[in-house]
Design a protein around this ligand. Structure first.
Ligand SMILES: [Fe+2]
Ligand SMILES: [Fe+2]
Length: 247
């Protein structure tokens, strides 16, 4: 687990975030699969179900989010937010692409629809940026645990490329949590926001564990650890949001 409250990102403005995403955009992960092993049937069964779900979840056309970001930028006098959001969406689409390359290499078809993706998208789309960001940051927190577990499984099956993908995801997602937290801090430190965030985290943690528990357990995450880590990150985010909203 990382202590996000100690990172420099906690002091970032949207101008800094814009620079951060521009810098990330200069060097994206490259994969050649030169040493990628053949996977056994058992290994395929273990990893592909969840990889397909996350490949879909990481992808977004971003139109809806971009519209809300425009509105927020005007309302809160944050002119850099829309451009930052666009680069953030671009980064998420790279995440989806990395997983898609991995699936393609193993000639595994991509998912066309997925229950988890539908849950997250339904929860998000109520026309408010705050809801969108609350759900997004929950998914990203869960992703931290998931990619940690998947990275451990990648080591076990000897896939350097899958390990590299997981490392890249963790590298990118950790600051994302702080970025979304900064946006949430604009809405104030309210009890209603905190309890809604805890409720969404509780439900989605359980749903993800029920669907992908096999992979999580293989990567060292039983339910106790999975839930514990997710809520520990949520508590860090709540703490950061409170501090940020004070100024
Ligand atoms: Fe992502
Ligand atoms: Fe993210």
């Amino acid at each position: 687990m990382h202590d996000l409250t100690k990172e420099v990102w906690v002091n970032y403005t949207y101008e800094d975030w814009l620079a951060h995403f521009k810098e990330n955009d200069k060097a994206r992960l490259k994969l050649d699969f030169a040493s990628e092993p053949e996977l056994s049937e058992e290994q395929r069964k273990l990893i592909f179900k969840s990889i397909k779900a996350f490949q879909m979840g990481e992808h977004s056309d971003g139109i809806y989010l971009a519209e809300l970001a425009e509105k927020f930028g005007k309302e809160y006098k944050e002119p850099d937010y829309p451009a930052t959001m666009n680069l953030f969406i671009k980064e998420e689409n790279f995440h989806s692409a990395y997983l898609a390359w991995y699936l393609d290499h193993h000639k595994e078809p991509k998912a066309k629809k997925n229950k988890l993706d539908k849950i997250f998208r339904d929860l998000r789309h109520d026309g408010k940026l705050i809801t969108e960001i609350m759900v997004l940051v929950t998914a990203e927190t869960i992703a931290l645990s998931y990619y940690s577990a998947l990275g451990n499984v990648a080591d076990k099956i000897g896939s350097k490329d899958l390990r590299a993908i997981c490392n890249q995801m963790l590298h990118d997602e950790l600051p994302h949590i702080v970025f979304q937290t900064y946006t949430l801090s604009h809405f104030g430190d309210k009890r209603s926001i905190r309890s809604k965030r805890r409720f969404i985290m509780g439900c989605t943690t359980l749903a993800v564990y029920l669907m992908y528990g096999k992979l999580l357990r293989a990567g060292g995450y039983n339910y106790r650890k999975f839930r514990g880590d997710n809520f520990a990150y949520l508590n860090q985010s709540i703490l950061m949001a409170a501090k940020m909203s004070q100024g």
